[in-house]
Each structure stands twice: as C-alpha cells, then as structure tokens.
Write a protein that binds this ligand. Structure first.
Ligand code: ATR
Length: 272
C-alpha cells in the first residue's frame, strides 16, 4: 500500500491541498496518496486516531481544527508553540504525533522570495486577530519590521494578541480598525476571514505607503474585495494567499518526506 497522507477540515472539498501534494509527489518521484478528509467539528480526536490506526503517515489540518489539533499533539515544534496552532502532523514510528505549523514560514517565503519584498525595517499592518493572524506574527517579528500594528474589528482581540507577542518585539501595537487613520504602512496583510463572505473592510486610503504591498491570505479564482480595493487605489503590489498555500504545503511535504519540492512550477500550474 502507498503511504497515506491527507488534509482534515470542515468543509474540505474546496481545498487545493490534494492537488498541490499530488503535483509535489509527481515532481519528486515520491509514491504516496493524499486525500481530503471531512471531519465533523467535534470529532477531530477520533478522526486522528482512526487515520493513525489505518497506518496514516501525515496530515495537514485546516479550518476549524488548527487550535484543537494543537491540544492533541505529543511533541510540538517551536513554531507551533508560538502560533498555538498546528497545520501539519507527522505520525512517528513510535506511535507519537509530531505537530508543526508551516503557515508562517509559507507566508514569509512567498513575500520575501517570490515577491522579493524584504520585511526588515518595513511598517507592517495585520488586519485581524484570529488564528490566521497569530500564525504569521512570530515569523514576521523574526524579520525585524520597523513597526507592527494589529488592527481588528474587536479591539480587545487585537490587544490580547499584541500582548501575547510583545515580549518578542517592542514595536507591536494594537488598535481598532477605526483608528487606522493616523498610520501609514508598507505591507498590509488581510488576515481576517472577511473575504470568505465577500465582506468589505472599510479602510482609509491614507494608510497606504508609497510602495505599499497588499497581501490577502485568502485565495480563489477571483480577487478578494480587499485586493480589489488595493487595485483601485493603485497599490504597487497586490497578491492573494495562493503562494503562501503552496509554500506551507512544500514545508509540510519536507517534514514528512525529507524532500523539498520546487514550488514555482506548481504555482504556475495552479494559476492556469
Ligand atoms: P481565523 O482562524 O481564520 O483567523 P477567526 O479566529 O474566526 O478565524 O478570526 C477571524 C478574524 O477575522 C477576526 O479577527 C475577526 O474579527 P473579530 O475579532 O472582530 O471577530 C475578523 N473578521 C471576520 N469578519 C470580518 C469582517 N466582516 N470585517 C472585519 N473583520 C472581520
């Protein structure tokens, strides 16, 4: 039997991960199966157990289970501990579960390498204070931005997230979305789930720096409302989160197989 991998989530049919991992497997001559696994919201623990007893080797974990998975893991990487969320599980031969989080490194590789936009000394704005924002915060701070502001609809959630990371960097600040009129930024990241419902976040144009980069962590065939807003205001670089998705997948693949796929050709196929 071929080695078994998969992605667990709810819903899961929309996920591009099976296609990405099949392309990686073909490119690197690895013999494996990777399938989407729909898990009802209260059944993650049982689903992990079933997958393991059937000989599964590794999983990706997506919405809404990343934080729940974090609680169920035996050994956690430093990245997963910082994010308090797990998106990659490796089932080790001794029966233990190793949990990692490759979202942050996926984001960094996409922004710095693919889009050639260094983050050091840049003024960075993260919109949103949920799991997606938490996952990228640590890796962004490691790049030493000049300023990092977390802005959120519910200000208290932004405050709590900034407080959790303030010991890593002195320039983490939090504010409400409505308070963004006094700042200007070089990199603006939409880490809210607003794009899922096509909701528009009201943002002042004055927050756009001269050579600003607007990044939406969501991906899809159409530009998100945030991307359309940025395009309308002639932002220098606008991108969706597909590059990040492919990069986080490549890092997961490496954790499982010890082989690092070339992401560029896969990204090109997905953009067709
Ligand atoms: P995820 O794990 O994807 O980050 P989450 O933890 O539910 O999901 O967080 C969603 C984030 O998107 C939150 O920051 C949420 O703001 P609140 O804390 O105020 O709920 C934000 N969000 C969702 N819909 C939004 C909208 N229409 N406008 C602005 N922010 C929105």
């Amino acid at each position: 039997m071929m080695d078994q991998y998969g992605v667990m989530g709810c819903p899961i049919q929309h996920s591009w991960s099976p296609r990405i991992h099949q392309l990686f497997a073909k490119q690197t001559n690895q013999s494996l199966v990777y399938r989407p696994i729909l898990v009802p919201p209260d059944q993650l623990e049982q689903a992990l157990h079933t997958f393991q007893t059937e000989g599964g080797k590794g999983l990706n974990i997506t919405l809404p289970f990343k934080q729940q998975a974090y609680e169920l893991i035996d050994k956690l990487s430093e990245r997963a501990q910082l994010a308090q969320a797990v998106n990659t599980i490796r089932f080790d031969p001794d029966g233990s579960l190793f949990g990692d989080n490759t979202d942050g490194i996926g984001f960094i590789r996409d922004v710095i390498h693919h889009h050639q936009f260094p983050i050091s000394d840049k003024r960075v704005l993260i919109l949103g204070a949920g799991g997606a924002a938490r996952g990228i915060l640590g890796p962004i701070l490691q790049e030493s931005p000049a300023l990092l502001v977390i802005a959120n609809r519910t200000e208290a959630n932004a405050n709590a997230l900034a407080a959790a990371f303030s010991s890593y960097h002195e320039s983490v600040q939090a504010c409400a979305l409505s308070a963004l009129t006094k700042f200007e930024f070089d990199l603006i990241i939409n880490a809210t789930s607003a794009s899922l419902t096509d909701a528009i976040i009201e943002l002042p144009v004055s927050l756009l720096g001269k050579q600003a980069y607007c990044y939406d962590m969501m991906y899809g065939k159409e530009p998100t409302p945030f991307m359309k807003w940025a395009q309308k205001h002639h932002v220098a670089i606008v991108s969706d989160g597909l590059g990040m998705l492919v990069e986080q997948a490549a890092e997961s693949f490496y954790i499982w197989r010890g082989v690092r796929p070339d992401t560029q050709p896969v990204l090109e196929i997905l953009r067709l």
